[in-house]
Design a protein around this ligand. Structure first.
Ligand SMILES: C[S@@+](CC[C@H](N)C(=O)[O-])C[C@H]1O[C@@H](n2cnc3c(N)ncnc32)[C@H](O)[C@@H]1O
Length: 280
């Protein structure tokens, strides 16, 4: 089950999609001065060396971050994300890619907190050393779905929660739906961002319908695919569901995704979509 290592995929188009949106969610939440809590249930190693042999194996970042790293014409909605990636690379050459923990580490203020959970022991050790000495950050080698129970509701009463599974087990969408229902019962006002691959459309529509049926309101679906068909064994698109998105986040997401789609589509195909599943 823990064969998945994100280093093979770091900086690919799905990472760009999820991280550019995540940065905008964090910026919107940090508009209020009161502290917030960030929980990353599937945190990975935090920061990725794209020269590492694993990242080089399929060089997925070449169709992702490498396509936009040096672009100067991005809209305001994409700019803070690109600046954060560039800040990891001091010589203007793309070498390192920040995962969700490293990106959020840049956006957290001194009185915000974050908890990072990662089930793979080795990856978790790397994550721990990445954040050693940062008193805002707690790193735990534990199951991300248990973390929802352990960390919610947070004392700040304001939180952004990223659920970014590696989807290497059967029935993962069901597991996410159950965990989300439980988390939402404990903490209904949190902003939850759930990433998932767009593969079998029947499974994903069932998942989305289920979340609406269990009573989640204010449910926004964001989607980006970058090619006409599905590459063999690969991913053509991915989605993020945001529960309780910040005010006008749909507008920001549209501007962001419109530009990303144009920049990342490999054959002029694919599409982006911003759709309320319930309760705009
Ligand atoms: C897609 S990667 C995470 C990437 C990271 N969120 C980022 O954006 O930089 C998924 C991670 O989840 C870990 N993982 C898999 N199942 C898990 C579980 N049940 N609880 C916590 N972590 C898990 C994997 O080892 C992998 O590192």
């Amino acid at each position: 089950m823990l064969a998945y290592r994100h280093l093979f995929h770091a900086g690919n188009f799905a990472d760009v999609f999820k991280h550019a949106l995540l940065v905008q969610l964090a910026i919107a939440i940090a508009r209020k001065e009161t502290p917030f809590f960030y929980l990353d249930t599937h945190a990975g190693i935090g920061r990725y060396d794209l020269q590492h042999a694993w990242a080089q194996k399929n060089s997925e970042y070449r169709d992702g971050i490498a396509r936009i790293f040096s672009r100067t014409d991005c809209p305001e909605a994409v700019r803070p994300y690109l600046e954060a990636v560039r800040a990891e690379n001091t010589d203007a050459q793309l070498h390192f890619y920040p995962g969700s923990p490293a990106l959020m580490g840049r956006l957290l203020r001194s009185n915000d907190r974050m908890a990072l959970t990662e089930l793979n022991r080795k990856d978790c050790e790397q994550l721990q050393s990445e954040f050693a000495g940062d008193r805002r950050v707690q790193v735990r080698n534990m199951d991300g779905y248990q973390a929802l129970k352990a960390f919610l509701p947070p004392k700040e009463r304001r939180a952004l929660i990223l659920v970014d599974s590696s989807f290497d087990r059967a029935n993962e969408l069901r597991r996410i739906a159950d965990a989300l229902a439980m988390a939402h019962d404990r903490f209904a006002t949190g902003v939850y961002a759930i990433w998932y691959p767009l593969m079998g459309s029947r499974d994903t529509s069932e998942f989305e319908r289920h979340l609406v049926n269990i009573g989640l309101r204010k449910l926004l679906k964001l989607e980006l695919s970058v090619r006409s068909g599905s590459p063999q064994g690969g991913l053509s698109g991915s989605a993020m569901l945001v529960v309780n998105p910040p005010y006008e986040f749909d507008k920001t997401a549209s501007a962001l995704l419109h530009w990303l789609w144009k920049a990342l589509s490999v054959d002029g195909g694919g599409r982006y979509r911003v759709k309320w599943l319930s309760g705009e």
